[in-house]
Design a protein around this ligand. Structure first.
Ligand SMILES: [Zn+2]
Length: 384
């Protein structure tokens, strides 16, 4: 029998109420809310046991760096909303990276190509692999312990300590992605690995598009409930967590046009990256820092985040501004049209809370809220 670990991407704590199997299972488990910490790196915290502060990164994409020369090369062909052109560039870039052993899928999203020279993709290899982070992951440690581990994390199948690309699941349409994740995972479970790690990512995509409460979301929550019920038949012990919840968008905020109105010049005075819930800046002079700080502070749309670990500011922004729950920065370097829901807000916002439950034979049920990095300890203490 297998120790099964399931990450339900973007599965809000509130969704537990809507489920049958999961709700019942939670009542027989150690279970509670999960706090995801700051930014977009919570699953990395789960597999390394390190908070964002300790990891030195708060976003999974686009840190400050040597720059993406490949994308910058095509800057003269860049036009707004050129989706197909960007798709071709992404495919070419990923092939190029894949050939040198960097297999983490990457996308330039909507980053203006002329700005791509300032940014890098911090993650080169998918996280099943050795040295994907500076800190050892559960996968590296389990390998060291000679555990037989399998996994499915889109678009990778992990077996015998090797990842292979699931070519038939490369589409970013989520309609059938979880179905395939489920089928592939069952096939792997039938071979009885000691540990199995499964990541279902559709909730994240679907709730971004349709919001936290709608028929499509309800249907998906039910479907996942059934998948988990089936998977549980192969599990000796089961750990389920979501990496974050989701908050409905209440207003959009165009900070980009406010910055453009100043006579500051991108690249000369400042560098900016706009995530959906973070506006990040690196400054080239004191004057630009003061002007931009004033704009952000006067907006009333959020707060400046300060980190003790200077590395975070080097990689993610001298100034990192996080918007209030329900605010979406738009346009940003990912989206040009508004999503219905978002995450990456303060962890104090209850909509951001994820679920956590752990069960094994003879366990005494209890309620317990945890921080995402505690997942790491829980995994390691149950594999010996
Ligand atoms: Zn998301």
């Amino acid at each position: 029998m297998t120790f099964v670990i399931i990450c339900l991407d973007g599965f809000k704590y509130d969704y537990l109420k809507q489920t049958k199997f999961l709700k019942d299972l939670a009542s027989k488990s150690i279970s509670g809310k999960l706090h995801h910490g700051v930014g977009f790196v919570s699953e990395f915290s789960a597999i390394t046991g390190k908070s964002a502060e300790q990891l030195g990164i708060i976003t999974n994409n686009f840190s400050f760096g040597k720059g993406l020369k490949f994308f910058n090369f095509f800057k003269f062909l860049d036009k707004p909303n050129n989706k197909n052109f960007r798709l071709v560039l992404n495919i070419l870039y990923n092939i190029k990276e894949f050939l040198v052993g960097n297999n983490q899928p990457k996308s330039i999203f909507n980053v203006p190509l002329k700005y791509s020279k300032y940014f890098n993709f911090p993650l080169k290899k998918n996280f099943f692999e050795k040295n994907s982070f500076r800190f050892p992951t559960i996968f590296e440690l389990m390998k060291k312990n000679k555990k037989i581990v399998s996994g499915y994390m889109w678009p990778f199948i992990y077996e015998h300590n090797k990842t292979k690309l699931d070519f038939l699941n490369l589409s970013d349409s989520t309609a059938n992605a979880d179905e395939r994740t489920f089928q592939k995972s069952i096939n792997l479970l039938k071979k009885k690995p000691e540990v199995m790690y499964i990541h279902f990512f559709s909730t994240d995509n679907l709730v971004h598009s349709y919001g936290t409460n709608c028929k499509k979301t309800d249907e998906l929550v039910n479907k996942l409930d059934k998948y988990v019920e089936e998977i549980n038949k192969y599990a000796e012990s089961l750990l389920i967590f979501s990496d974050h919840g989701m908050k409905d968008i209440e207003e959009t905020w165009d900070v980009w046009s406010l910055i453009k109105k100043t006579n500051l010049i991108y690249g000369k005075d400042y560098i900016m990256f706009l995530d959906s819930t973070l506006a990040r800046f690196w400054f080239r002079n004191k004057n630009s820092e003061q002007i931009i700080k004033n704009i952000l502070n006067d907006s009333g749309k959020g707060k400046i985040l300060n980190f003790k670990n200077k590395e975070i500011h080097d990689s993610s922004g001298d100034l990192i501004f996080q918007v209030n729950p329900g605010v979406l920065i738009l346009p940003n370097f990912y989206q040009s049209i508004s999503n219905k829901a978002m995450h990456g807000y303060s962890d104090d916002c209850s909509d951001e809370h994820g679920i956590f439950l752990f069960t094994k034979k003879g366990i005494r049920p209890s309620k317990k809220d945890i921080n995402i990095e505690e997942i790491f300890e829980l995994v390691l203490s149950n594999i010996s």
